[in-house]
Design a protein around this ligand. Structure first.
Ligand SMILES: *Cc1c(COP(=O)(O)O)cnc(C)c1O
Length: 379
């Protein structure tokens, strides 16, 4: 089956009791047992729930995996993967991670004796300098936030396999429509379903997908034991969002390309970060591992004046100032004072997050309106 058909049908069956074509919201904590141990497969909703089950199967199919697990947030899904490790284990990850992931690693898991190496992974061979017998997990995000760096997933998976290291990918920025890390050798794919999967800025949710039964059993054990599950109503909303994921992503990509090209020729703009440009340092890798280049774009101003960024953010009328991304509406953000303000200026600037940098999540409105909005704001 192709992507759009899977998005609409995978994992879904008409409701047995009523024939309802849409998966019902099973808003129940428990399930009646006919006699002790005799039930219909559901015992308690922390362990499993039919609405969540349907979503977990659907997302697993979109990532060409076998097992899906949904959590109360993207961060809760990442938390589950880290709980597969033991004190003393080491993790290698990139130095421009999503801020919340960095905080989870540094302020929660370091305390429990897990050791983290944050390195530049735009050259994937750098992994070899840090791998040792205690390395148990490689955690990669691509494209990265907000610098839109691209990391070679196939290269990383080959190195991980050689050393028998678990390899997990945060696929939030690409969505399963643009990139399927399991096909490139990853063991686990993670999404913040808050973003493109949900797509309508109305829920917070996380997802893990794997092909491997042993890994999946460990994930389900932690999901049930730690209890960071998601609610049936939210599962219903994400199931509904996913039915148009392929259509939304096509439009995000089209609009993203048009906005990126507009920005690139604007006289006030210094640099535009978008993997679709041939001048992007890892464009060839992006082309080989992604179906298209998405609607996330960052750009900086000539002379790097913070006022230019702040004025633009103030003057836009269709783009709205907010954290988050991946919804139908276009958002604008200023990483240095918003998402990445916790990182010291010196560290921030080393990875390219300068004071005049702006990040766009290009939505699915009409491209002409979006470009006119930026044009008047940049005046
Ligand atoms: C938003 C986001 C997360 C965290 O997900 P939440 O649903 O906000 O907990 C993790 N990784 C990336 C790349 C994100 O954009």
């Amino acid at each position: 089956m192709k992507f759009g058909t899977k998005a609409i049908h995978a994992g879904l069956v008409p409701d047995e009791a009523t024939g309802a074509i849409m998966t019902p919201i099973y808003q129940t904590s428990t399930y009646v047992q006919e006699e002790i141990g005799k039930h219909k497969g559901y015992v308690y909703s922390r362990s499993s729930n039919p609405t969540r089950d349907a979503l977990e199967k659907n997302i697993a199919a979109l990532e060409n995996g076998k097992f899906g697990a949904c959590f109360g947030s993207g961060i809760a899904a990442i938390d589950c993967v880290l709980k597969m490790l033991n004190p003393g284990d080491e993790v290698i990850t990139s130095n421009d991670l999503y801020g919340g992931t960095y905080r989870l690693f540094k302020t929660i898991f370091e305390k429990y004796g897990i050791v983290f190496h944050f390195i530049d992974l735009s050259e994937i061979g750098n992994l070899n300098q840090v791998i040792n017998s205690r390395t148990k997990l490689i955690w990669i995000e691509t494209p990265t936030n907000p610098m839109m760096n691209i990391i070679d997933l196939k290269g990383a998976s080959e190195i991980a396999k050689n050393h028998e290291i678990l390899f997990a990918v945060d696929n939030t920025f690409a969505s399963p429509y643009l990139q399927n890390p399991l096909d490139l050798g990853a063991d686990i794919v993670m999404h913040s379903a808050t973003k493109y999967l949900g797509g309508h800025s109305d829920i917070v949710m996380g997802v893990l997908v794997s092909k491997n039964k042993e890994i999946a059993n460990d994930i389900y054990r932690i999901q049930n034991s730690s209890g960071a599950i998601t609610a049936p109503m939210d599962c219903f909303l994400v199931l509904r969002g996913i039915k148009t994921l392929h259509l939304r992503m096509q439009r995000h990509c089209e609009n993203g390309a048009k906005v990126a090209q507009f920005l690139a020729q604007h006289p006030k703009i210094e640099k535009v970060y978008w993997p679709g440009f041939e001048s992007h340092p890892n464009h060839a890798i992006a082309k080989s591992q992604m179906r298209d280049f998405g609607g996330m774009i960052s750009f900086s101003f000539k002379d790097n004046k913070i006022e230019d960024a702040l004025n633009t953010v103030k003057k836009v009328k269709i783009f709205t100032l907010a954290e988050s991304l991946g919804g139908v509406e276009s958002l604008i953000g200023h990483p240095a004072t918003m998402t990445h303000s916790a990182i010291p200026k010196k560290e921030r600037e080393k990875t390219g997050i300068v004071d005049s940098l702006i990040r766009l999540s290009v939505g699915i409105e009409d491209a002409e309106d979006l470009i006119n909005d930026l044009k008047q704001a940049l005046k």
